[in-house]
Design a protein around this ligand. Structure first.
Ligand code: ZN
Length: 204
């Protein structure tokens, strides 16, 4: 199982990061050791001063595929979950400045929070308008809607599968909306997908 993450997929987030809008999807990967499930606490690693939360819709791949055409992409995922792409922002900034890969900032242990439950695609009224949000200590800090993605689910699958074979159980984190920020010890994070609570855990 592999975890593929899309970067820079919401304009407002690109603006807050002072990046340029990409002309094709940007992706990176996390290993399976990055998963954090069951509402287990997240421990801030001792080598970073700034771990940011990035709330993201997560696709679960249901069929093996390579070079998938956009018009068939919808057949390759049948459930949507919610996750947090934890990012050591200080480390990422240093790596970015040197043009180096981001893995130390993105792929570390427990950096991929994932909801235990996934919602079948058919339960959504419109895949192009899925609401989700992240609350910290009871306050909404990030609010997203899939309609604001630059590359929608099918465009992502088409592009990623050009380079990487998708297999059953693979996860695609589809990018974060604006409002990213640092978490601190004692924070209580809750993720909602269309008002359904998907995860609830603490930062330690
Ligand atoms: Zn992300």
């Amino acid at each position: 199982m592999k975890i593929i993450c899309i970067g820079l997929n919401y304009v407002a987030h690109i603006e807050e990061m002072k990046n340029n809008v990409p002309d094709e999807p940007v992706f990176f990967m996390k290993p399976d050791t990055a998963l954090l499930r069951n509402n287990d606490p997240f421990y801030i690693p001792n080598w970073t001063e700034s771990v940011h939360h990035e709330i993201e819709l997560v696709l679960k791949i249901s069929r093996i595929g390579k070079n998938i055409e956009r018009k068939f992409a919808h057949r390759y995922y049948d459930e949507i979950g919610l996750g947090v792409d934890f990012t050591a922002r200080d480390i990422q900034a240093k790596l970015k400045a040197k043009g180096l890969p981001w893995e130390k900032a993105k792929a570390f242990d427990k950096a991929a929070v994932l909801s235990n439950t996934f919602v079948p695609k058919l339960e959504f009224k419109d895949l192009k308008s899925i609401n989700f949000n992240l609350n910290i200590n009871g306050k909404t800090v990030q609010k997203g809607n899939s309609g604001f993605m630059i590359f929608n689910f099918d465009a992502i699958i088409e592009n990623v599968s050009k380079y990487v074979t998708l297999k059953i159980g693979d996860l695609i984190y589809t990018g974060t909306p604006a409002g990213v920020g640092a978490v601190k010890i004692g924070d209580h994070l809750e993720g909602f997908l269309e008002n359904k609570k998907m995860f609830d855990f603490e930062v330690k």
